[in-house]
Ligand binder design. Structure first.
Ligand code: SF4
Ligand code: SF4
Length: 446
């Protein structure tokens, strides 16, 4: 589909699924009209659920603080709309897990209640960092890690590079691509804020299937040497944190370690834009930028919606499901989660809703392992997926841990490549959950 620009060295393993980005890549963002109801989960980020500050009957304004962080790794939640709290409920989130949710009946738009705007050119590092924390900015690359935590490395951890993850290696998704085309100035200002906080230069890592975005970024950046663009070959999962760090710096993040352990802070394109808006406009993270795509949706497009909008309303806005649609996935086809309840709300870090037809989702019957070794060949972190999935199936969690199950980044390459259609990554995910549960219990009893 695309002509490659460069092909430097790359990480071990990985796969080349069909990109299918053409479905939505030429659709500029459209703002969807507000829904009648918003369902705002208190847990939209990695870490602890936020603490509720409102009750049934509270009248809320767009931008108002509704829940405060509970502990260091947590984030505040603000109202994406004007309205009234009708209920505090337990509602399934995008992964099907029941979570505490603030239900808001939406009323007319009026002047929002944002934070005070800050001039980032004159503000100091602490003011900028406080604002990112106060605005509830979480990483939009998938893990929804509170951004200020990543930007506050403990003393002794020397950071020497900021990497902006613009790889968007998941097939189908075009949110980050459109953000780079349509919000280039906001992105560059957001990067400047992040650089000021950490005090380092920045590299934007982008796959070579986005030539227009590369061109526009290079034109805007001109001869700057503090922010550079690194064009990388298309290979899934190029955008995984560890893979991108290796591609850009040549450094390997050891198992169990973080990017900051090799001197890197990584943020996603969307996160940098949210950072700019929080600082320069005082806007908390209350909107989601979402690619709605796949062969099963009538009008694939990129949309902006208030966080908490039910998926069902988004599907309607996009013309509804086609007759041959068989599943809706939150996220991309490789790492996304199948949706069980279309009334689940989108969250701060939701990057896409993927509606697949039977032909696209290649269900296929599982057969016994052929011992071909392909899953091992493609695993970017040198695991033995077939063994890990077996341990998980047999509930041999100690063996699974000893074989490195916690190192698995759930990229799905193994399952994608498996000719026997064994749901390797699904078994591994289950095993990881159990291992983590056991470790947590051990910690508690200790
Ligand atoms: S074992 Fe984990 S990291 Fe390796 S290919 Fe499978 S999902 Fe990816
Ligand atoms: S790719 Fe599938 S069939 Fe081949 S060894 Fe791995 S699990 Fe077995």
């Amino acid at each position: 589909m695309f002509k490659s620009l460069v092909h430097p060295g790359s990480f071990k393993g990985g796969v080349h699924p069909a990109e299918a980005k053409e479905l939505s890549m030429d659709s500029p963002f459209e703002r969807m009209p507000n829904p009648k109801m918003i369902y705002l989960p208190l847990s939209q980020h990695a870490g602890k659920e936020s603490k509720l500050l409102v009750a049934k009957g509270s009248l809320v304004k767009k931008g108002e603080l509704l829940a405060e962080p509970d502990g260091f790794i947590s984030a505040p939640i603000h109202s994406p709309v004007n309205g009234a709290v009708t209920k505090i409920s337990k509602t399934a989130n995008l992964s099907g897990v029941p979570k505490t949710v603030i239900e808001i009946s939406v009323s007319e738009e009026s002047e929002p209640s944002y934070l005070e705007a800050i001039d980032f050119k004159t503000a100091n590092k602490t003011e900028l960092l406080d604002r990112i924390k106060e605005a509830g900015i979480v990483g939009m690359g998938g893990a929804a890690f509170p951004a200020f935590v990543k930007l506050s490395p403990p003393p002794g951890k020397k950071i020497d590079k900021l990497i902006i993850n613009a790889a968007e290696c998941e097939p189908y998704l075009t949110r980050d691509y459109r953000l780079m085309l349509e919000y280039t100035d906001e992105l560059i200002s957001g990067i400047e804020i992040l650089m000021k906080i950490i005090g380092v230069d920045c590299v934007i890592g982008i796959e070579d299937n986005k030539p227009k975005a590369v061109e526009i970024l290079k034109n805007k950046l001109g001869n700057r040497t503090d922010i550079t663009v690194r064009v990388l070959p298309v290979k899934y999962p190029q955008g995984a944190e560890k893979m991108l760090i290796y591609a850009v710096t040549g450094k390997k993040v050891p198992p169990g370690k973080l990017p900051m352990d090799v001197g890197v802070v990584m943020q996603n394109v969307g996160t940098a834009i949210s950072v700019f808006r929080a600082v320069a406009l005082g806007e908390p993270q209350i909107e989601a930028y979402v690619s709605v795509t796949g062969g099963g949706i009538t009008k694939p497009r990129n949309i902006i919606v208030p966080v908490g909008t039910p998926v069902s309303e988004i599907l309607d806005f996009c013309g509804g499901l086609k007759p041959d649609a068989i599943k809706v996935v939150a996220g991309g086809p490789m790492m996304g989660n199948n949706l069980y309840d279309y009334n689940a709300p989108v969250m701060k870090a939701t990057s896409g809703l993927l509606i697949l037809t039977e032909a696209e989702s290649q269900p296929g019957e599982s057969i016994p392992c052929l011992r071909c070794g392909k899953c091992i060949e493609v695993c970017p972190v040198n695991l033995m997926p077939t063994r890990l999935s077996q341990y998980s199936k047999l509930q041999r969690f100690e063996d699974a841990e000893a074989s490195g199950i916690l190192v698995c980044m759930e990229c799905g390459c193994c399952a994608y490549e498996c000719p026997a259609n064994i749901p390797l990554v699904q078994w591994i995910k289950l095993g990881k959950k159990e291992v983590m549960k056991i470790k947590q219990q051990e910690r508690k009893s200790a």
